[in-house]
Write a protein that binds this ligand. Structure first.
Ligand code: SF4
Length: 635
């Protein structure tokens, strides 16, 4: 059954592999996926280790429900100490890898030490082999996946891999499954590269016993109907996430020219509807009915005729909005290069745009760029930077170290223009008019991130009773809630609620688009109690699941504090406070974040969590969550 999947501990230095069951007690405390990963990273990454050294651990997992037929249970999670931020690193991606790993008998792989030479892992029906990857090292993501399938003689093998960026220890390298399922943010690809692990291949034919199969199928139909009946899911299935771009840009919520403006002008060519002209169909992940992944052929230019998948909303920001470009071709090509090299396109776009502003201000010169004209709006430069970063060529080598290290190297005033939180570049959204979204990126456990706590429905002007219905369950909340996205009131609770919701969905292995993220009517805690029970037999109340999410989030916080995080890391760069927006709707123009009100938001956010004024979980909170002896006593 789903509950008898194992954890494998793989020592890459010695080659020793040990598989252990996951006790039900631990499932009840952490469910699986990201929750159990945070625990494993806390215990297996040596405190204060070099993230690229052998003492770091890398955990690859499938969520609790992955391997069943429950809706969109497709997610692979990878965690470790981040080479980019030095704090908790984690990434989460769709596709088909995680279910295959579950059918092969494993829900978690804990990789420790370092292989002497490049290897890949072959996980199949209860067995794990460490195999030579000498002839695969150096290959792009799709090349490596195909080479492994050919070597093992099975086209159905699913491969999680790194690309050249991970091998070259680009600190924001991705882990990839399929063509474009990207585990981005925080550099888990570099972590695998540092261990000389090119890939993990999985193929499984082991049965998964479902606790209540008929009820599980019946309920899955209801769950799926709830997902597919939401307008947001239908739109996403029609245009992918690029549908978000046009509306956000129209009101002034897009960061452009490295945060100098908050709207991209003349953007018609790279909006969702235009990109859709090149898309010949939409694909989905395992057990998903939304199908949001565009399949496209590049229509023109040097890459004409090349196939890829996506692009996402983030690609539009990375290769158009932020560097001030307006070409669809640049978005499609940039997305393709990030996919085949295996790197976080959000970082690539943000750091390239930062370098462009440094170039504009004379901090970087032609000598520093080896003659590359880094002017805003230069499409060729944006594409060239993809190659240079992945292969660490001149200025690309500096940016491959991530913003904070690069700023140290470049010096002068460069740090002043870097848009980051905890050393991670911000998404291309402009949060100056939306305090809730600003708080989310300032406090996220893996650095600046829109997928950790973003209350996206805050932008919808939902009536207060609707907000109260959502945000008062499963924990009663009678504090303020307002429909105005510009307000500061009540937003800390919304941010914390979303944090716990997203942590829980990551524990289950369900896609975030199938919960309260972009839509207000999508499933959450109540529905999860049923899907867990019918598939695994485990009985949880909505409050139990909330507590699991809270526990996981506190373990990530404890990890970060152990690695040196303080309150000052939960903060935004000065531009948020000192430079008001200049474009967009009248409601948005002239907005900036108020420092004093933002400080109070952080205080309130800490209080909701049961953390002290420095953001440290109080003894009472740790005791309530069973973490009072630190997480290490639980297994
Ligand atoms: S909504 Fe999109 S990302 Fe999520 S599971 Fe479905 S296809 Fe994958």
């Amino acid at each position: 059954m789903a509950l008898n999947r194992k954890i494998a501990y793989i020592d890459l230095t010695t080659g020793k592999i040990e598989a252990k069951p996951i006790p039900v007690k631990v499932r009840k405390l952490l469910l699986g996926g990201r929750g159990l990963d945070s625990y494993l990273v806390y215990n297996h990454a040596k405190p204060n280790c070099d993230p690229l050294g052998p003492d770091n651990a890398c955990v690859i997992s499938a969520g609790l429900l992955v391997g069943t037929l429950a809706s969109a249970t497709a997610r692979t999670h990878v965690a470790g100490k981040s080479p980019l931020t030095g704090f908790f690193g984690s990434c989460n991606m769709g596709g088909f890898f995680a279910p295959e790993m579950a059918w092969a008998g494993f829900h978690h792989l804990v990789l420790k030490g370092k292989a002497e030479k490049p290897v890949y892992l072959w996980v199949h029906d209860g067995e794990i082999e460490i195999r030579d990857a000498g002839n695969i090292w150096g290959r792009t993501v799709p090349e490596a996946q195909q080479a492994i399938r050919e070597e093992l003689g099975d086209e159905d093998i699913k491969v999680l891999t790194i690309g050249p960026a991970g091998e070259n220890l680009v600190r924001f390298a991705n882990v990839m499954t399929g063509v474009k399922n990207a585990g981005g943010r925080s550099g888990m690809g570099a972590l695998l590269g540092s261990k000389n692990v090119k890939a993990v291949a999985a193929r499984g034919t082991m049965d998964i016993k479902i606790a209540h199969p008929e009820e599980a199928l019946d309920y899955n139909k209801k769950f799926t109907d709830q997902v597919t009946s939401a307008k947001v899911s239908q739109t996403q299935g029609r245009l992918g996430t690029p549908f978000i771009w046009g509306s956000t840009n129209s009101w002034g919520g897009i960061r452009t020219n490295n945060f100098q403006y908050n709207q991209l002008e003349y953007a018609d060519d790279m909006e969702g509807e235009s990109i859709d002209e090149e898309v010949f169909g939409y694909a989905g992940c395992f057990a998903c009915q939304v199908h949001c992944r565009g399949r496209y052929i590049i229509p023109s230019g040097p890459y004409k005729g090349v196939y890829d998948e996506g692009p996402e909303y983030t690609a539009q920001g990375a290769f158009a909005g932020e560097p001030g470009c307006t070409s669809k071709e640049t978005v499609l090509v940039g997305n393709h290069l990030a996919n085949i090299y295996g790197m976080d396109l959000l970082e690539v776009g943000s750091l390239t745009s930062w370098a462009m502003e440094l170039y504009e201000k004379g901090i970087l010169t032609d000598e520093d760029t080896d003659g590359l004209d880094l002017s805003f709006g230069n499409d060729e430069a944006v594409i060239e930077m993809c190659h240079r970063i992945a292969y660490r060529k001149n200025i690309g080598d500096i940016l491959a170290e991530g913003g904070l290290r690069a700023a140290k190297k470049i010096g002068k005033d460069s740090i002043k223009y870097l848009i980051h939180v905890k050393g991670m570049s911000n998404l291309h959204s402009d949060e100056r008019a939306t305090p809730a979204l600003a708080l989310g990126i300032a406090t996220g456990s893996r650095g600046s991130d829109h997928l950790r706590s973003r209350p996206a429905i805050d932008l919808y002007h939902l009536p207060e009773p609707v907000l109260r219905k959502i945000y008062s369950q499963p924990v009663p909340y009678d504090g303020p809630l307002t429909s105005d996205y510009k307000d500061y009131e009540g937003k800390p609770w919304q941010v914390m609620w979303q944090e716990i919701c997203y942590d829980a969905v990551d524990c289950l292995g369900i896609c975030k688009y199938h919960t309260t993220f972009l839509g207000a009517t999508l499933p959450n805690f109540e529905e999860w109690t049923k899907v867990i029970y019918y598939n695994t037999g485990l009985e949880f109340t909505p409050l139990d699941i909330w507590t699991v999410g809270e526990r996981g989030y506190n373990i990530e916080r404890l990890f970060n504090i152990r690695e040196g995080l303080t309150r000052k890391d939960d903060w935004l760069v000065d531009r948020y406070f000192d430079e008001p927006t200049t474009r967009g709707t009248p409601a948005v123009q002239g907005r900036s974040i108020d420092r004093e009100k933002f400080k109070k938001m952080i205080d309130e956010y800490y209080q909701h969590h049961g953390w002290d004024e420095n953001g440290v979980p109080t003894p009472e909170t740790l005791s309530r969550l069973g973490l009072d002896k630190e997480p290490s006593h639980m297994l």
